[in-house]
Design a protein around this ligand. Structure first.
Ligand SMILES: [Zn+2]
Length: 243
């Protein structure tokens, strides 16, 4: 599909667990490297796909309570996500809690309500999972699963840390991360402002997509609008003042 996703190892800790279809490779890596624990940034199957696999092998986990609840009964995902990553096995094994003194978890809602990034203050490094993804991302899952307005505040919070290094969940090392994060927050804020203005003029989501973005892109069609521009507009409408 042209997607990739990264699982990082830092200070003997895994950041995210990869997707279910690569569990054999992950198992070999765990056996060879024996990490002290793993951090789960959020519940999506390309990041939390092997939570059960790790828990069953006794790897301690840092996982937010809301994420824990979600991976115990994973949401049903559409065929394109199952096909791309493999469906994740629900968490049934007991979890040994984990924390690392040099790795702070920062709540960054938006992409999902329980999304966290990992902040290594001593090394001025962020593992950002799906916070960034790109500057001009204008497709999302449906509201309220994604909250575009909350995403702006989360991005600014992480940019304010002034990280020297930023590792994205899908794009690897992001050069000049503070500038890129700031550009994304600015672009998103402008775009949300334009959408707000069109909502106030009475346009519906489809009309706004057409007027602002020139229509849908191919992902909307491939995913039957599960991942689409109209969801992006819908997310802004969902948090529109006066609603
Ligand atoms: Zn995600």
């Amino acid at each position: 599909m042209g997607f990739s996703v990264s699982t990082y190892a830092v200070r003997g800790v895994l950041v995210d667990t990869a997707f279910h279809d690569v569990r054999a490779d992950l198992g070999a890596w765990i056996g060879a490297n024996k990490p002290d624990g793993a951090i789960v940034t959020h519940h999506h199957e390309d990041h939390a796909g092997n939570v059960e696999f790790l828990a069953a092998r006794g790897v301690p986990l840092w996982i937010a309570p809301e994420t824990l609840a979600k991976v115990r009964s994973p949401e049903s995902i559409l065929w394109y996500r199952r096909w791309c990553w493999g469906a994740q096995a629900p968490l049934t094994s007991p979890v040994t809690p984990f924390a690392h003194p040099s790795l702070e978890l920062i709540h960054t809602p938006g992409h999902s309500s329980e999304h966290h990034v990992v902040w290594d203050a001593e090394r001025e490094t962020v593992f950002g999972a799906d916070l960034f993804l790109g500057v001009k991302v204008r497709v999302t899952h449906p509201w309220p699963r994604e909250d575009v307005r909350a995403q702006i505040a989360s991005i600014r919070k992480v940019a304010a840390l002034k990280p020297k290094r930023y590792f994205d969940g899908h794009r690897g090392l992001v050069p000049d991360a503070v500038a890129q994060l700031t550009a994304k927050a600015d672009w998103t804020e402008d775009t949300v402002g334009e959408i707000d203005a069109l909502i106030d003029r009475g346009l519906d989501d489809r009309e706004i997509v057409k007027s602002l973005f020139g229509g849908e892109d191919r992902w909307s069609l491939v995913t039957n609008y599960d991942y689409s521009r109209r969801n992006y507009v819908g997310s802004v409408r969902g948090t529109h003042a006066g609603r």
